[in-house]
Design a protein around this ligand. Structure first.
Ligand code: FE2
Ligand code: FE2
Length: 431
């Protein structure tokens, strides 16, 4: 999924638990898109990953996570700048690979319709973007022109996006490896998706080099915690992550095509084809869920679908509202942009999830805006000079208010949706 940060309520819960000043829901691309941090109610295991080398991304062992400042004059002793955890919050994910193998074992699951996977594999093999990610001198020139706060926020954007793409690469790579024996077709698609994500992460990391920085992906691989999600939750989260990423990229691309004066850095010109990768990734997860209808056809699936939608939308909205300088820097109104992305993602998601949120009800946006205000106050408390225990006490009423808004948003009458058969289903409000 798409570069840019990913988000979830879990970010919120973590920030609250830590009592951090940056209760900022940091960007956290999910498995390839908008990501999820550990949810308190889910099993959260810490795992370590192996090293990989793939596409433009070389991953090797390293001892600490950092953004390295690239040395001038090829001096290899570049300064290593620690990066704030909040900047790299995109989590890395792992899952129950044995359960995944069972789900896609054609011997056990004889009704598994392989024809759709075959068709998707053919599309992935075509590799439409094989020659798309080619840089030119415009990148460095644009980066050199960018100064002051915009430069800083751009670097943050590149770091977060790169980490997010890279988390998708790691998960898909491992799934491709683990499913090879039981379902070679599904396994190969995962491997080809990891190819795409490696390409995206590599391209973003090259972008950082324009700012004389480089993200230490080896460190990330070794040192970050891996969040465990059961396969069912991986499907919900990753599907949303890929689709919301698609809508973010295409919206930015179209906006900048109409308003070229805001084209401050050429990476956005690549978003049109790039987002098609994310769209295809999302379609693959859609096919995976259709192959496992038990994850879509009962009341629990409806509750979880709404939960994941809310997590992703709220986290993105709160996150982006803390980074309005970036969106304004490219001529966007942050809240309008986010609402457009949320509505379009929700419409797309309604084709597969059995229930979605009624995000087009004006009350939903009002709730989001109230959450932004509350979150701002929580952040202000964190940044104050008061002692820690005083800050914690001061936060309590705001956290309670935030939780109450979240519950109210979750309990809004949902849109009954989803169809395993009708892709053009139009959601209807159910009261
Ligand atoms: Fe991607
Ligand atoms: Fe993706």
């Amino acid at each position: 999924m798409p570069a840019m940060a990913a988000h979830s309520l879990a970010d919120l819960s973590l920030a609250v638990r830590l009592g951090t000043s940056d209760s900022s829901l940091s960007s956290c691309r999910t498995l390839g898109g908008y990501g999820f941090r550990p949810l308190p109610l889910m099993v959260n295991r810490e795992r370590r990953a192996c090293s990989y080398s793939h596409g433009g991304v070389k991953v090797a062992a390293a001892s600490e996570v950092a953004v390295k400042e690239k040395p001038k004059n090829n001096n290899k002793k570049g300064a290593k700048e620690g990066i704030k955890e909040s900047l790299l919050t995109p989590r890395f994910y792992t899952t129950d690979f044995d359960e995944m193998e069972t789900l896609f074992n054609t011997e056990i699951n004889k009704n598994l319709d392989q024809s759709e996977f075959q068709a998707l594999l053919a599309e992935f093999k075509t590799d439409y973007n094989q020659t798309h990610f080619v840089r030119n001198p415009e990148f460095k020139e644009a980066a050199d022109k960018m100064q002051g706060p915009l430069r800083k926020i751009f670097v943050e954007f590149l770091e977060r996006s790169c980490t997010a793409e890279f988390s998708g690469f790691l998960l898909y790579k491992e799934l491709g490896r683990r499913l090879k024996k039981t379902n070679p077709v599904v396994a190969e698609i995962f491997s080809l998706m990891s190819r795409d994500e490696a390409r995206h992460a590599g391209f973003l990391n090259k972008g950082l080099s324009d700012f004389n920085l480089a993200l230490d992906l080896g460190f990330l691989t070794k040192a970050r915690k891996y969040t465990f999600f059961k396969p069912k939750f991986i499907f919900y989260a990753t599907y949303l992550s890929e689709k919301i990423g698609y809508w973010r990229y295409i919206t930015i691309y179209r906006h900048l095509r109409e308003n070229p004066e805001y084209q401050v850095y050429p990476i956005f010109k690549y978003f049109e084809n790039w987002c098609q990768d994310e769209n295809r990734h999302g379609d693959f997860f859609s096919a995976l869920m259709k192959a496992q209808p038990q994850f879509l056809n009962d009341w629990k699936a409806k509750l979880w679908s709404r939960f994941f939608c809310l997590s992703v939308y709220v986290t993105m909205y709160l996150n982006d509202c803390q980074r309005t300088a970036f969106y304004e820097g490219i001529g966007l109104n942050t809240k309008e942009f986010d609402m457009h992305v949320i509505i379009e993602t929700n419409r797309t998601t309604a084709r597969i999830f059995p229930a979605v949120l009624d995000v087009e009800n004006p009350e939903f946006k009002k709730k989001l805006d109230r959450m932004v205000d509350i979150n701002r106050q929580i952040i202000a408390i964190g940044e104050s000079q008061a002692p820690g225990f005083v800050k914690n006490l001061q936060r309590i009423p705001f956290i309670a208010a935030l939780v109450s808004e979240l519950i109210a948003a979750y309990l809004m009458p949902p849109v009954d949706s989803g169809s395993l058969d009708y892709a053009d289903f139009e959601p209807q409000v159910v009261y």
